[in-house]
Design a protein around this ligand. Structure first.
Ligand code: SAH
Ligand code: SF4
Length: 411
């Protein structure tokens, strides 16, 4: 009899395992896959599998791309530039499915939240993620997710307490943007030639700040965002796409080189000691390495800054000395600072800083030359604010709500 192999784990491996969760499931592609979210190359390959001759593929990809991402069609029959035969063959082998919507909620401030059902490895156990549209006077932002659950375990984040189920596919990432256009009737606005329609499309910005750590799903995020930024399709400029990371240092230069979108870094603490507790990934990639990676992020300038996010936790990281240390720490990095009021969730051991403290903290940042917008927790009535995805919370008092609105600035 062969003895079972013992699983030997070094101390280092055990420590890493405590910081980074492994996915519980893998993605199982449906028998009839959706074409939404495929890269041009993958789309050409898909056409190859149904017998489209190689010499035609480039043109067909171009045509289908237009139908998918400029016209937003949901039915192969509407692709009238393709032969009837090809449309039939496409319909036989593929779909144009978007993520399934389980619930759609609209907040009093116009924030719209979609609860999406994504297939699980086991057919009877689907999963859910959220996608949120946040309207503002001069822009509309779509907040999208990158994982079901999260690889990491930040102590103030509700998602961090959940298991990592799996990474989203490029199709599921792109699908969130496509779905917004469907639901908010944004295709026509987006397709109108400049000047022809005074009403622009509702979503001008995309932020990857929903569920999950995007830099632990690097390839899918890279490939999905490339489709979102494609100028012949969904056409969101890379300058209007922001990827938020908790500091996966080795993937920051890669993100600069291969994705090229704006970067937001969840800093939350000015010392390693505290950051080790709030963002345990800091034990693996400490502040010095993180800030070096930020300093070297390609293309930084005053017009192209890194956003540093700082969640305001009462009595934990909100002293004025910490505000001053924050300013010193970021010296020399073209930066914006976003102070985020902590959103409590059931069982969380933190409280949001008092409003007066947030104001004082923000004043120090402001006096150091940073516009320091406090991120308004929009859509609280439908629980769509940052870090609150999938969780319940107390409502803000009317006074706090007003104060937050007044402080919210756009850059
Ligand atoms: N995983 C990525 C992106 C998703 S989280 C990241 O951590 O950057 C988006 C932002 O919400 C991050 O800055 C995160 O630190 C913050 N956040 C998480 N939980 C929060 C909470 N309960 N209250 C306020 N902000 C929170
Ligand atoms: Fe994951 Fe971001 Fe939450 Fe940390 S803050 S657990 S990285 S989603």
């Amino acid at each position: 009899m062969i003895a079972p192999l013992a699983v030997v784990q070094s101390e280092e491996e055990a420590a890493a395992a405590a910081i980074e969760k492994r996915p519980l499931e893998r993605y199982v592609a449906p028998v009839k896959p959706s074409l939404v979210g495929l890269s041009r190359t993958a789309l050409a390959d898909a056409l190859g599998t149904i017998g489209v001759p190689e010499r035609q593929r480039r043109m067909r990809v171009q045509q289908i791309w237009h139908w998918l991402y400029v016209r937003g069609v949901q039915d192969f029959d509407a692709m009238t530039t393709l032969s009837k035969e090809l449309r039939g063959s496409l319909a036989e082998h593929f779909t144009l499915a978007r993520p399934e919507i389980v619930a759609e909620q609209t907040s009093v401030d116009g924030t719209r939240k979609w609860l999406l059902r994504l297939p699980g490895e086991f057919a009877d156990q689907p999963h859910e993620v959220e996608c949120v549209y946040i309207p503002e006077t001069d822009r509309g932002t779509l907040c999208i997710s990158s994982q079901v659950g999260c690889t990491l375990n930040c102590s103030f984040c509700h998602t961090g307490t959940q298991r990592l189920v799996r990474n989203l596919t490029p199709g599921e990432i792109v699908g969130q943007v496509v779905l917004e256009r469907d639901r908010l009737n944004d295709w026509q606005r987006a397709a109108a030639p400049a000047g022809a329609d005074p009403e622009k499309r509702l979503v001008s910005n995309v932020v990857m700040m929903g569920m999950g750590e995007p830099l632990y799903n690097f390839e899918a995020v890279r490939d999905g965002l490339a489709v979102v930024a494609d100028g012949d399709g969904l056409s969101l400029s890379k300058r209007r796409i922001t990827l938020s990371t908790s500091g996966v240092v080795p993937n920051i230069p890669r993100a600069g080189a291969e994705i090229g979108v704006m970067l937001a870094v969840s800093l939350h603490a000015v010392t390693d000691e505290l950051r080790d507790e709030l963002v345990p990934l800091n034990r693996k990639y400490p502040l010095r390495d993180l800030l070096d990676a930020c300093r070297n992020y390609p293309g930084l300038s005053n017009a192209r800054r890194i956003t540093f996010e700082y969640v305001m936790l009462k009595g934990i990281n909100d002293s004025l000395a910490e505000a001053r240390a924050l300013v010193r720490l970021l010296k020399g990095i073209p930066a914006k600072i976003n102070l985020i009021p902590f959103n409590p969730w059931p069982g969380s051991k933190f409280e949001c800083s008092d409003w007066a403290q947030i104001e004082k903290f923000s004043e120090i940042i402001f006096n150091a030359g940073y516009a320091s917008p406090v991120r308004t927790p929009r859509g609280r009535d439908i629980l769509a604010a940052c870090g609150q995805l999938k969780s319940g919370t107390e409502k803000l008092s009317a006074r706090e709500r007003l104060a937050l609105r007044a402080m919210a600035m756009t850059d």
